[in-house]
Design a protein around this ligand. Structure first.
Ligand code: ADP
Ligand code: MG
Length: 556
């Protein structure tokens, strides 16, 4: 961009800002009211998209927070200074979001949608109950000195803040973490991202904006009752506006707000009785024709991956076990999928786990990586007991994994997938940067491609790069070589050998015996949840017990 273009853009920006700020001075009553509607829906839908855009948790609870804010203003508005009222509304919104978020953000998909809708209704009923039984009147009057002009300026200020906060969030590690969670929550957790905490934090942030908007809007009505403050149509309108504009980017929602506020104005004037039907039709239309919103037509916005943080060199040379698994069992309602497994792994070695399908190999890896809690037994990584720790905590301790059914974060780029595993890294050593890792696995040229567009083998490579990005002390590979053709297999084996030579410690579950022979110093053989043999690859593969187990299984 040349200097003159930049100056021109700045001038245009300043001119627009000046128009917006002085709008009440030249807009009359009707147009000012329209401006107020545009602003308050802009704040609500931008705040909604802040959380729901990346995570795809469709929330219909907008009006719950908005209404609580409006009620806070109605209760406190005449006795307290206005800034205190706004702060109180923010506090009520944040607290309610924290309490409800903790209990519901484990739900996903349609369950969350229904719960969020129910939440708004529940809060409305609670407020009605309180007003009727305690306050002894359903509605409240709020006489305040706030003029329409001042209301407009407050909303404009809040709009600026919501965009600023959204912009900062998008550039912070929490922005990428949230998108990683939306793309694949399990993979994100095993990459060290505390999904519950990140989701809760952004949910609270978004709800706080909604509550403050409700408080700012309250004086507009003079008389407030639950039907006005908790009108569920608002939640639906916000979703529709954000989806029309595009919930995946900061300025998407506002592109949906402007045309729809105008359309809703026309509709309430001309078709007041059919408003809901038209709303529904628009909703269906948007989902079918513009799944990524208007802004999606211009291509996705990407997180800028930083030049690359430091990576720790793996430790090597000690004989103390890096991993000690002692009597670990895991039962699924009576079925002992893993039954009293014990083994140790010393730094720098590759351990192979083999056994027929269904013998408990994946379940064992799941208990090590925190995807499952062991029913009994102890797991220690470098002396730290892993039992009871959650997946992201174990990942941050340096235990990385890949999945038997390959899991990448499909809407993130290749580079973003790797960067996601670096977000919460606490390591301060030096080592490979994300682009060096992509180079190592042979994806250097694909950095900007969405992970969903990669071939199967490239997705496997990406998973490995993401695991390495954690700067792990131990990597678990679950049939990482499965499904590769002979030449890919050769490359894959060479790659794992290279990692071993760099000192990385690996546990690999594998059916490809050539790989086991070429790579592993040690093997354990599982059958029906138990270890039936252990030793060098040559020794165990010629053990009659092992041969019998394989012949008895459905896979050889
Ligand atoms: P492997 O990886 O060796 O093929 P798995 O660990 O996937 O074996 O499975 C071991 C056994 O545990 C199988 O009988 C499987 O059906 C059962 N199993 C695995 N995961 C679950 C689960 N989440 N719930 C119930 N049973 C499971
Ligand atoms: Mg398996």
């Amino acid at each position: 961009m040349t200097a003159s273009v930049r100056i021109l853009l700045w001038c245009a920006g300043l001119a627009i800002a000046a128009c917006l700020v002085t709008y009440p001075l030249y807009a009359n009553g009707y147009y000012l009211a329209l401006g107020i509607s545009v602003l308050y829906f802009t704040i609500l839908s931008t705040a909604w998209a802040m959380f729901s855009g990346p995570t795809r948790y469709i929330s219909l609870a907008t009006v719950a927070f908005f209404g609580l804010g409006a009620y806070t203003a109605a209760v406190l508005g005449e006795t307290m200074p206005w800034p205190v009222v706004l702060l109180a509304a923010a506090g009520v919104g944040a607290l309610t979001a924290a309490i409800t978020g903790l209990s519901t953000l484990r739900l996903s998909g349609i369950y969350f949608v229904i719960f969020s809708f129910g939440l708004a209704e529940l809060i409305r009923q609670l407020v009605i109950w309180y007003e009727v039984n305690i306050h002894k009147s359903v509605g409240r009057y709020l006489f305040s000195a706030v003029t329409q002009d001042v209301l407009y300026w407050q909303l404009l200020g809040l709009t600026a803040i919501v965009f600023l906060v959204g912009w900062m969030l998008g550039r912070s590690r929490y922005g990428l973490a949230l998108r990683a969670i939306g793309a694949d929550e399990t993979a994100a957790s095993h990459s060290g991202i505390d999904a519950t905490r990140v989701k809760l934090g952004v949910f609270i942030l978004s709800a706080t904006f909604m509550a403050v908007t409700g408080a700012v809007m309250a004086p507009r009505w003079t008389y407030i009752d639950p039907a006005i403050a908790f009108n569920p149509t608002i939640s639906f309108q916000v979703v529709i506006m954000a989806l029309l504009g595009g919930a995946g980017s900061l300025f998407g929602p506002v592109l949906g707000v402007i045309p729809l506020v105008l359309l809703f104005e026309v509709l309430t004037a001309t078709l007041p009785n059919h408003f809901s039907i038209v709303l529904g039709v628009i909703f269906v239309f948007i989902v079918m024709v513009l799944p990524n919103g208007v802004i999606g037509l211009f291509g996705p916005s990407r997180w800028r991956v930083p030049a690359g943080g430091p990576a720790a060199a793996p430790a090597r040379g000690s004989d103390a076990p890096l991993l000690a698994v002692d009597g670990v069992s895991k039962s699924f309602s009576g079925l002992r999928a893993v039954d009293g497994v014990s083994f140790t792994v010393t730094p720098g070695e590759i351990i192979g786990i083999i056994g027929p399908n269904g013998s408990g190999k994946t379940t064992l890896l799941n208990t090590l990586s925190g995807a499952l809690r062991p029913s009994s037994g102890t797991i220690r990584l470098g002396g730290t007991v892993l039992n009871g720790l959650r997946a992201h905590q174990i990942a941050r301790l340096g235990l990385a994994r890949t999945f038997q059914l390959v899991r990448v974060m499909p809407d993130l780029t290749v580079a973003e997938n790797v960067a996601a595993a670096r977000l919460f890294s606490t390591s301060t050593g030096s080592g490979a940067t994300p682009s060096e890792l992509l180079d190592l696995v042979g994806l250097a040229k694909m950095q900007e491609a969405p992970a969903s567009e990669l071939t199967y083998i490239d997705q496997k490579r990406l998973e490995l790069a993401r695991a390495l990005a954690l700067q792990p002390r131990l990597v678990l590979l679950d049939e990482w070589l499965a499904g590769l053709n002979p030449s890919e297999l050769e490359t894959g084996i060479a790659l794992i050998a290279k990692l071993r030579d760099r000192g990385l410690t690996i546990i690999m579950v594998e059916h490809v015996m050539d790989a086991i022979r070429a790579l592993c110093s040690h093997c354990i053989v599982m059958n029906a949840g138990s270890v039936i043999a252990r030793g060098t690859p040559e020794a165990v593969l010629s053990d009659p017990k092992v041969v019998a187990a394989y012949l008895g299984g459905d896979d050889a």
